[in-house]
Design a protein around this ligand. Structure first.
Ligand SMILES: [Zn+2]
Length: 493
């Protein structure tokens, strides 16, 4: 076989497998959705904008320096009388503090001049909660208009697991722990959090911090009015979208180590050999459904492969549709070959004729003629085997089943899973295929990786090696049913 790239080593799974899902009627439900009141909450969308000041510091200065500032804030809150302590260190939370207390917190955060310079970019945001107090503490009314610090801050903390995000989430957790008197049974976990990042296995400590910060956020959602809680986040993203431009990631063509599946000439050569083999195996000039279908599918798929070899087609959306058709042809042929029942061969053939009759009757009644089909051709097809007046029209599947079931019966479910599922998304115009094909991702972090239209067509991965593999499987079936046909399209290059 002239294929294929080797799959990279399987990654450690950080996701649920199909088997981990629970089947509920026609749905596969992941574990987290099996808890009725569990709602996903988003660090990026909802919480990050509220921790912007911390994100700006942690992405512009050494971690130790910034964590010291965070520790001073924690110490300040801890030193307040118990009834004055507060746990919400977000922009929204700070804006609700009495102004004297807010000024004290800001004076801790802004103790260094270089911190002030970076945090001045907060003033680019007209709707910032507590903006007046920030402007007063920063000693300026407006920022100079440089959005880069905000872009860097957001770019490094969009990922909820990055080290910078974890530092912000640690601060949020620590403050909430003071207010809520949060107690943990696990003394090691408590030490890991209190002395972060200087105690314990950091991988485990960070993951505990993120899990607990997530938990307190879920608590907040249950306790508070979420519209108010996330109002600033929505305004922040809106302001960023309005005031800063989009620019594409400009990702180059995808690197691929897939070898070409065949040569330009090879499918044509095999086609000629198959024509000869058809003549050599024909036994009658009457209707031989088995013979016609077996060789017909072979020719049809060889033609499709030749179409794929025309310039650009193998990288196109249409290429995926062609691949799906070849996969469907193979599964159908494998199923018919496995059963090898004359009634089934006839049923498949008859269904095609009935569809021609149905299409003919519909188009013949219509005033407008579509360009892709000739109505007279349809009439001939409908009447080729039998006068159409004797022809029923089956409105269901020709075998009262579906392709998935046929692939299981024919022991080719692997082909269905590999080549039919995702290629169908392109044929049906499913969202996943549309997203993958015509949209790029915006490279401006302040737009939280939203989608923008591509300026140029995207070259999708080459479908030819897969198409060659399937066509060769079809030729193998032909060779089994009408021995022997040794020619194959895949070529080692
Ligand atoms: Zn954008």
């Amino acid at each position: 076989m002239a294929k294929k790239r080797k799959r990279p080593k399987k990654r450690r799974k950080t996701y649920s497998t199909i088997q981990d899902h629970e089947r509920q009627g026609k749905k596969l439900v992941p574990i987290w959705r099996q808890y009725p009141n569990m709602q996903p909450i988003s660090w990026m969308n909802d919480r990050l904008p509220d921790m912007l000041w911390a994100a700006l510091l942690v992405t512009h200065f050494p971690q130790n320096q910034v964590l010291n500032v965070f520790r001073l804030v924690i110490k300040y809150i801890d030193s307040l009388p118990e009834d004055k302590q507060f746990g919400d260190i977000t922009h929204t939370g700070l804006s609700k503090l009495p102004s004297e207390r807010l000024d004290e917190v800001l004076s801790i955060i802004l103790v260094q001049e270089e911190h002030k310079q970076i945090l001045t970019s907060l003033l680019l945001l007209d709707e910032l909660p507590g903006r007046e107090a920030w402007a007063r503490a920063l000693g300026v009314e407006r920022s100079a208009g440089d959005w880069r610090p905000l872009m860097i801050a957001i770019g490094c903390t969009l990922d909820h697991q990055s080290q910078e995000s974890t530092a912000c989430r640690w601060l949020r957790l620590r403050c909430a722990m003071i207010e809520n008197k949060l107690l943990l049974q696990d003394q090691e976990a408590i030490k890991g959090i209190l002395y972060y990042p200087n105690y314990g296995d950091l991988r485990s400590v960070r993951s505990t911090i993120r899990a607990l910060e997530n938990a307190i956020s879920g608590e907040e959602m249950l306790r508070e009015n979420t519209t108010e809680r996330f109002a600033w986040a929505d305004k922040f993203w809106d302001e960023c979208l309005t005031k800063t431009p989009c620019y594409p990631f400009n990702v180059g063509a995808e690197k691929t180590d897939i070898l070409p599946g065949t040569t330009v000439e090879r499918p044509g050569e095999v086609y000629s050999c198959l024509v000869e083999h058809t003549h050599n195996t024909r036994k009658t000039s009457g209707i031989d459904a088995r013979h016609d279908i077996v060789f017909g599918i072979g020719f049809y798929c060889l033609q499709l492969l030749q179409e794929l070899l025309r310039v650009g087609n193998c990288y196109s959306i249409g290429g995926r549709t062609i691949l799906r058709t070849i996969a469907e042809c193979y599964i159908t042929l494998a199923y018919l070959a496995k059963k090898d029942d004359i009634e089934l061969w006839q049923s498949y053939r008859g269904y095609g004729t009935e569809q021609a009759k149905l299409a003919f009757l519909k188009l013949d009644e219509s005033d407008d003629a579509p360009s892709y089909v000739n109505v007279q051709t349809l009439e001939q097809l409908a009447n080729e085997d039998i006068w159409q007046e004797f022809l029923n029209i089956n409105l269901g599947h020709w075998n009262n089943t579906n392709l998935r079931e046929m692939s299981i019966a024919a022991d080719v479910k692997d082909v269905y899973d590999q080549f039919y599922d995702w290629s169908s998304a392109f044929t049906h115009g499913n969202w996943g295929a549309i997203r993958d094909t015509v949209f790029d991702t915006c490279g401006n972090p302040l737009h939280r990786l939203h989608r923008i239209p591509r300026q140029t067509l995207r070259a999708l991965p080459d479908v030819v090696p897969d198409a060659c593999e399937l066509v060769d499987k079809i030729l193998e079936v032909i060779s089994q049913l009408y021995p022997s046909f040794p020619h194959r399209v895949a070529v080692k290059i």
